[in-house]
Design a binder for this molecule. Sequence first.
Ligand code: AHR
Length: 653
Amino acid sequence: MNRIAASFSAVLLAVFMALNLEAQTPVIEVQVNQPGAAMTPYQFGIFFEDINFGADGGIYAELIKNRSFEFPNALMGWSQTGAQGSARVMERESQATNNRHYLQFNASGSGFGITNSGFRGIGVEQGKEYAFSLQAQNTGAPVTLRIELVNASGKVIGQTKLRNIKGDWKTYRATIRVNGTDAKAKLNVIAETSGTVAVDMISLFPKNTWKGRPNGLRADLVQLLADMKPGFIRFPGGCIVEGRTLAERYQWKTTIGEVAERKLIINRWNMEFRTRNPERAPDDYFQSFGLGFFEYFQLCEDVGAEPLPILNCGMACQFNSGELAPLDQLDPYIQDALDLIEFANGSVASTWGRKRAELGHPAPFNMKLLGVGNEQWGPDYIPRYEAFAKAIKAKYPNIQLITSAGPNPDGDRFDFLWKQFRGLNADLVDEHFYRPPKWFYDNVHRYDNYPRTGPKVFAGEYAGHVSVKGRPDKPNNWEAALAEAAFLTGVERNSDVVTMASYAPLFGHVDAWQWSPNLIWFDNLRSFGTPSYYVQKLFGTHHGTNVLPVRSNGEAKQVYASALRDAKTNDVIVKLVNAGTTATEVRLNLAGAKATKAGKVIVLTSNDLAAENSLTAPTKVAPTEQALKVSGPEFNHSLPAQSVTVLRVHCEK
Ligand code: AHR
């Protein structure tokens, strides 16, 4: 809009407001006839990290912990059962394998075996089927193994037998149908006959994984992600990208192909809070990479999200060792990035494109975004980013690179990085906000005055942090979610600058978390979205193609608003956050909209700021939807106290 038109309509608005004799009804005008910036189709997405048992013990549906005896304590998670026998961890002679260990047990009578306690138990459900498999070798007389699932009180709730185990290494499979539900079951592998048998890769998956895939993902958790209609999935983090040391960094090439050969490493979150809070240091947290980069790309495709891998840029976590790869030794790191792009996008004639095809996906994944480093800061980051950018842009000029603004949303580190990345005309800069609710309200207008040229913003890790005296965790309560919603109206209004946003972290296992709050919580059987989940879902599922300018007469003191047009449906979408403690009636003016038809209204609210969802009350704070009847482009609407409202009004073309 040019200046003259802008001041003319400002005068009109002022006159209209002055004449609005319904006195103080706050007016919110959406300039439907002045569509602003086009939005990225993938603005609201997902931050995934294997923290809080997010992958192993979480979305990766494997139920057996330390299935291949590769943990440094090779029997962690396992115990012996029965007296007549012994079990010994053996090391393979060949160095050319990442699957270095297996277990040999000698049973001198029936009833000797081993027990796995899963990830804080094994979650199994009545009437469901589970796919069991193990690799075994037996050079002696044939052996029969009985596989049992027992509940927390020791009752067998499912079993099968593997008979005639003999000869060289082979994979044996069986299905176990379960006749009892327990989140804390255990698995026994018991010899029914005397003999010596070597076993490895002892595995149990629900048959009902997401899309029924073998080596698959937990269906309930993926469904929660799919329901968000995520624009992108950032993966694999987070600090585990960086590792405590460079040797422990995430390396994508070790996460594809034969599952048994994926090289296990310690999860950085195994150690992180050991000194500060030993109860949160889990000891048994390792990365099996059963959920690796192929499964990740497949997940993105399944839920319609853009892949956004984040790669190590030659810097270990600066909260840990801060180890640096010397600049003249960065080539392998950069090559990993180039190869990942080829793995995702290359033709089947290329080296890495062929590998993708061999894994079952000849079509490219069309990756467009790539993060260089996670939450790096300081001058060492800049030349490393530059080296990556030079090589990647030379070969793949259309790949958008994400850089970091460091761990804080302001301050010297932040200012330094922004100055550098502006100077370098980077594509996107990733800002992180783990802050109290007040910060989110104070920052609703944060992006109104950001420069409109230069790097875009990726609000890549945000979460309202509330401290409650006496609680070890930071609750995912309505107070935090409401503040996040207010902030997201500012993100949405400034979609031309903030092109991407994601809450962090994503997952928390109720019995094995290191970090809170998290978007989604789960145990071994159940899962639920937090109020923050529903906020992010509302923004993700009610997305548009263009921002619409919103103006108010300032009467609605604690009301925050953003508006969009969806050119595909011709809907006007207005998001209204009432952070006040009383209901507020507002007058909506969809200026310039042609005759409007009925629409719908979706409300997320609670009169209790401390309200939380839980495993037993998963939707205490969840949206409700109703039809919306409007007679024209102007109408009054009442916003409940402490609420997020989405109005969808269908307009005539
Ligand atoms: O989301 C948890 C952690 O917060 C991430 O791993 C890191 O990027 C940030 O410090």
